[in-house]
Design a protein around this ligand. Structure first.
Ligand code: ZN
Length: 279
């Protein structure tokens, strides 16, 4: 069933676990994640981000996400990840997303505030919560903390107050894509931000972060954890294995692809402690 992410994450914060946000844009990803949620009895966030448009337009894919969400008794959120404009966010709402992220984190502070505030002003009257990012989670590429844009705790308090956002994505040493070196989470920054704001915190780029760090992040105030890359890597390894083994059936490979996604999503739900929390 579709639920409001504010309720979903408030429960997670109270009970001290994280909810998995899984970015999906095809049936193998979507089905794999939902089968994992069913097996884990976990709440789940199905997310879609703008770069997926070229593979699977949201206008056509959102109805599929919605059908899966409405066909289960588990709590599900349809989230628009890394929206880049008010227009894009409005389109996502029209397509059925009931949670929106607007990411203006690469812009100067005042521009970030103004961009996010405009989306909040549009979404809140519709009952749709908004996530935004302060500091800058590194983009895909070489992992380095040189010049890394950590979230500034004092600025975070001002950002939340002035924009009215419901969830804050933090930059604490995390980066999108594949880590080219061991990720180093800065817990001092996490704790300071946790103390400075009272909204749930979101960890982007969580694929590849060691399990012990993820557990600690959940203990120290992260309640939404974004996963995409780890599902893709497992799917690629599985499909390569199929080809190496001489598999010739596309249908079989599609089924293996789904199973690979399910395996990763299930591991993550258990790691985040969200298993058993959906029923
Ligand atoms: Zn992200």
């Amino acid at each position: 069933m579709l639920v409001n992410m504010k309720d979903m994450l408030a429960k997670a914060a109270r009970e001290g676990y994280g909810v998995g946000n899984f970015d999906v844009f095809n049936t193998e990803l979507l089905k794999g994640v939902m089968e994992a949620a069913e097996e884990a009895a976990a709440p789940v966030i199905l997310a879609y981000s703008p770069p997926f448009e070229k593979y699977s337009p949201l206008a056509y894919f959102a109805p599929a996400m919605k059908a899966w969400a409405e066909d289960t008794d588990l709590p599900v959120v349809l989230h628009y990840d890394h929206g880049t404009s008010l227009e894009g966010c409005m389109h996502a709402v029209a397509c059925g997303c009931n949670s929106i992220m607007i990411d203006a984190s690469s812009k100067p502070f005042e521009e970030n505030v103004a961009t996010v505030k405009a989306v909040v002003d549009y979404c809140h009257p519709l009952g749709i919560p908004v996530e935004a990012e302060l500091g800058h989670v590194g983009d895909e590429g070489e992992y380095t903390l040189e010049g890394y844009g950590y979230t500034d705790p004092a600025q975070a308090a001002e950002f939340v107050r002035r924009t009215g956002i419901d969830f804050l994505a933090v930059a604490i040493g995390n980066q999108h894509g594949v880590y080219t070196a061991e990720p180093k989470i800065n817990y001092e920054v996490l704790q300071a931000v946790r103390e400075a704001v009272d909204v749930p915190l979101v960890l982007h780029g969580a694929s590849g972060i060691p399990a012990e760090d993820i557990r600690r992040c959940c203990r120290e105030g992260i309640t939404k954890i974004n996963i995409h890359t780890d599902m893709l890597l497992e799917a690629i390894a599985t499909l390569k294995g199929d080809l190496a083994a001489g598999e010739k059936s596309y249908h079989t490979m599609s089924a293996h692809h789904t199973a690979a996604v399910k395996k990763v999503a299930l591991e993550k739900m258990r790691l985040f402690g969200s298993d058993g929390k959906g029923r």
